[in-house]
Design a protein around this ligand. Structure first.
Ligand code: C2O
Length: 346
């Protein structure tokens, strides 16, 4: 059977996976009534997400204004920046058990075929709420285009320390450096032009290889099945999720507990998280395009799996994977960029 949304009244402490300490990540809406998500109508315009390194001043100002407004909301408001960040902890650090399962199994949306759809929905509502806060229904979040050489850095828009997009808990040693996908904590930065070149080339090859190796087998790209009552199997994450982990690791500080970006419990406290995940979502979008827009799995345990979110009308909604199979269904798109990694491994 498909994984179902949790019983909201049964939230319990979650666990920080680095410190093993209990953390409170319960949403402020334990008794809310839940309605089925209605996908946006086809008359709605398409919101276009652009690369963070190519935003014009107007786009950047709009994004900053939206985030500043979100940060100004009281902490217990489900729209507030902190509450929105906490949602990630709720579903990643085990604040709920899977509904109706005995003995209890923690609800976890990482490490399986739920990873990409859940994060797609998470970003969708975050974007819609931001748009609502600035009164702009066409508002689209930027993506961190780290699969192109020009994007293999922390995008500048997140770096000014007086900006609402800034977060001080990052590896400052990486502010000027190229991002190496193979980075492990405390590795030195590549410095000479030839080292930098090599890193870029290897990164591009890795993306190319990832698509080539998985194009006929979605479970390798997306992650393996997770059904109701199962806990996340070991090594079930797809290659996109694995690559995604190194972005978290490189962005966050090199010391335990790796707050913010390097720890699930806190990762979404950094606005950079959403730029990173928009690129992950875009890479799924590309994969889906390459495969001719077929759903990656026909299994009802995937298509009917469902999640709960707080929407841009302050309503708690239940979204199914089949509601978010394509960006088009949700009325957004990624600006078409060159794919410099394409065939770079040949
Ligand atoms: Cu839910 Cu980047 O992790």
């Amino acid at each position: 059977a498909p994984v179902q949304p949790p019983d909201l009244s049964k939230c319990h402490p979650a666990t920080d996976d680095e410190t093993k300490q209990p953390v409170n990540c319960c949403p402020p809406y334990s008794t809310a009534s839940v309605v089925d998500f209605v996908p946006p109508s086809h008359s709605e315009g398409i919101r276009v997400r652009k690369p963070a390194h190519e935003l014009n001043t107007e786009d950047v100002e709009k994004f900053k204004e939206a985030i500043a407004k979100m940060k100004a909301l009281p902490d217990d408001d489900p729209w507030s920046f902190n509450q929105q960040a906490t949602i990630h902890c709720t579903y990643c650090n085990g604040a709920f058990d899977q509904a109706g399962i005995e003995p209890p199994v923690l609800l976890q949306i990482h490490g399986s075929w739920l990873f990409l759809p859940w994060h797609r929905c998470y970003l969708y509502f975050w974007e819609k709420i931001l748009g609502k806060l600035i009164g702009d229904p066409t508002f689209a979040i930027p993506f961190w285009n780290w699969d192109a050489p020009e994007g293999m850095h922390m995008p500048k828009i997140y770096l000014g320390n007086s900006s609402p997009l800034y977060n001080d808990n990052r590896d400052k040693n990486h502010y000027e450096s190229v991002f190496d996908y193979k980075y492990a904590y405390n590795d030195p930065n590549p410095t000479s032009p030839s080292q930098v070149d090599k890193v870029i080339r290897e990164n591009l090859c890795q993306v190319d290889r990832m698509y080539k190796e998985t194009i006929r087998n979605p479970e390798l790209f997306m992650g393996k099945a997770l059904r109701a009552g199962q806990s996340v199997p070991t090594n079930a994450s797809g290659s996109l999720e694995n690559l995604h982990n190194s972005v978290h690791q490189w962005s966050g500080p090199p010391e335990s507990p790796y707050y913010d970006m390097g720890n699930f419990h806190t990762a979404a406290r950094d606005p950079l998280f959403f730029g990173h995940h928009a690129n992950i979502d875009r890479m799924w979008d590309l994969y889906n395009n390459f495969r001719g827009h077929r759903p990656e799995f026909k299994d009802p345990d995937w298509l009917e799996a469902s999640f709960i979110f707080y929407d841009e009308n302050r309503q708690v909604v239940k979204v199914k994977v089949k509601d978010c199979l394509t960006s088009h269904q949700l009325r957004y798109a990624y600006s078409p960029e060159k794919l410099p990694w394409m065939n770079s491994g040949l």
